[in-house]
Design a binder for this molecule. Sequence first.
Ligand SMILES: N[C@@H](CCC(=O)N[C@@H](CS)C(=O)NCC(=O)O)C(=O)O
Length: 202
Amino acid sequence: MKLYYTPGACSLSPHIILRETGLDFSLIKVDLKNKTTESGDDFLKINPKGQVPALVLNNEDILTEGPAIVQYIADKKLDRKLIAPAGTLERYHQIEWLNYIASEIHQSFWAFSPIMATPESYRSTVRNKLLGKLTYLDGILSKQSHIAGDHFTVADAYLFTTCTWMPSIKLDTSKLRHLSVYLQKIKQRPHVHDALKAEGII
Ligand SMILES: N[C@@H](CCC(=O)N[C@@H](CS)C(=O)NCC(=O)O)C(=O)O
């Protein structure tokens, strides 16, 4: 499989999951501004939406959208328990988290993208709303070790990825103690560390 990624972008989440499964994969870096790959190819031919992540499967089919990609990868190695088997209630709760992170956390960061030129007044509103959502997550993490329960899943890889962007938007997260301990714990997982290193983030 080939993962199209941009260092530090949301493609970090499937990158982590690929490493956690131990499956064979290669990485292709994408310049999101120019929509080209590291070898100068047109990325829009891979994903016409112009966004990472995109995963080229072994049968050459192409899968996009982070939440779909991580489920596909994790399903290949169910014994790693990165996702619960399809059809179980646990699986639907994990999808519930993936959707929450995608629509409520990930999307909040768009207001701070340099290409958006969002007015500061709006950014300030988004910052406050996001802080409220992260406070909710902090409460969940005061009661359980991982966001979807008692062990690491695809939802943790995604949440961790989005939380790496917090410092760049000047969010005061000093009161979010449980979230902070949780993020440190996720960062110390060997495969997470390797993914961050491979992307040149640490
Ligand atoms: N709905 C997509 C969103 C992916 C996304 O937001 N990708 C960002 C990087 S984190 C991107 O490629 N942005 C460049 C652009 O939209 O032009 C998903 O969940 O995979």
